[in-house]
Design a protein around this ligand. Structure first.
Ligand code: HEC
Length: 150
């Protein structure tokens, strides 16, 4: 069966045990039938008369522990994966995409294409104020160019 894990506990006789375990003549017939008249009698008070032993095969215990460990690991990995995906998509929709649009519009303006759309002014506070500043700069640039053309 391989290695086992044990837990043993002493069985101690107490005064009430003497009712049945003092002499064979006082013992219940079932006790005599099972253990005979020779052993299990004349117990003194507070004497260790036996041991209660519980044993579990080592393989069962390690299999249980392994299963619990794998379950925990799966839960951890799943949690991290979900968190990563959520944070990633939030970052993408709140920062990366608006910044890309701003870059695209700024690129077109920088080569003189004034037909480009306005800078986006939606999203988190930083993106909003960046878009507003760029729009203001664009207006100023427009005016300056028009002054030069006169
Ligand atoms: C009412 C009578 C009675 C009393 C009181 C009594 N026993 Fe027993 N005992 C029995 C009988 C009957 C058996 C045999 C049971 C069987 O296995 O069929 C037994 C069996 C046992 C066994 C062997 C069990 C085994 O599975 O090998 C131990 C050990 C034991 N008793 C301890 C005690 C202790 C300790 C006390 C006191 C706390 C006590 N007994 C009090 C009737 C009694």
């Amino acid at each position: 069966m391989g290695r086992s894990l044990y837990m043993a506990r002493p069985i101690r006789s107490e005064a009430p045990c003497a009712t049945c375990h003092s002499v064979p003549s006082a013992a219940p017939p079932t006790l005599l039938a099972r253990y005979g008249r020779d052993n299990g009698f004349g117990w003194l008070d507070n004497e260790i008369v036996g041991a209660q032993v519980i044993s579990v095969p080592y393989a069962t215990a390690t299999a249980n522990a392994g299963r619990a460990f794998r379950g925990l690991m799966m839960a951890l990995i799943a949690t991290f994966a979900v968190t990563f995906a959520v944070v990633n998509s939030l970052l993408y929709s709140m920062l990366v995409r608006p910044v890309r649009r701003i870059v695209h519009i700024a690129d077109r303006l920088s080569v003189g294409d004034m037909s480009a759309a306005d800078f986006p002014q939606r999203g988190p506070k930083e993106i909003t104020s960046l878009g507003r500043s760029f729009n203001r700069m664009r207006t100023s640039l427009d005016k300056a160019l028009r002054l030069l053309e006169r």
